[in-house]
Design a binder for this molecule. Structure first.
Ligand code: DQA
Length: 143
């Protein structure tokens, strides 16, 4: 069974409370439970969420010495700003899938800057919580 790490960045722990029109009503815990239920007997999932840029960089670096087969990442607002997270992701030789709940390409202009997309094998954007499920399915089918 392959092991997938799912990294979520700042404010994703506030799902269900923040901009429901963009991100939906699902809470972060419910999102994790939905993913766990879907992945049962298929793939092994580990979750990591942080509001702190450097912590995300460190967690990405740790992957190098860990038995993790693929990464699903939603860096939140850091998608648009963080060269440090981009550089950390560039070190990894495992498949990386980018997920965004909202359609970042049809929102404010500053969300159109995406510093990680060219490093990712697949980008799933604007599909809400289902984007994570699609990413898992893609990785499962691939292996
Ligand atoms: C997000 C989109 C980002 O622009 C925003 O800052 C987020 C969440 C998404 O999942 O749609 O925090 O990554």
């Amino acid at each position: 069974m392959i092991k997938i790490l799912i990294i979520n960045g700042p404010n994703l722990n506030m799902l269900g409370l923040r901009e429901i029109n963009q991100y939906g009503k699902i809470s972060y815990d419910d999102l994790c439970n939905l993913i766990k239920t879907h992945s049962k007997n298929k793939v092994q999932i580990e979750f990591y969420q942080s509001n702190i840029e450097g912590e995300i960089v460190s967690r990405v670096q740790e992957i190098i010495d860990q038995d993790i087969d693929a990464l699903i990442v939603n860096p939140g607002a850091y998608t648009h700003t963080s060269i440090a997270i981009r550089d950390a992701l560039a070190i990894l030789n495992i498949p990386k899938i980018e997920v965004h709940l909202s359609d970042i390409n049809s929102r404010e202009n500053f969300r159109k800057t995406n510093l990680i997309t060219d490093l990712c094998e697949l980008s799933i954007i604007g599909k809400g919580a289902n984007g994570y499920i699609e990413a898992i399915e893609y990785l499962y089918e691939k292996n």
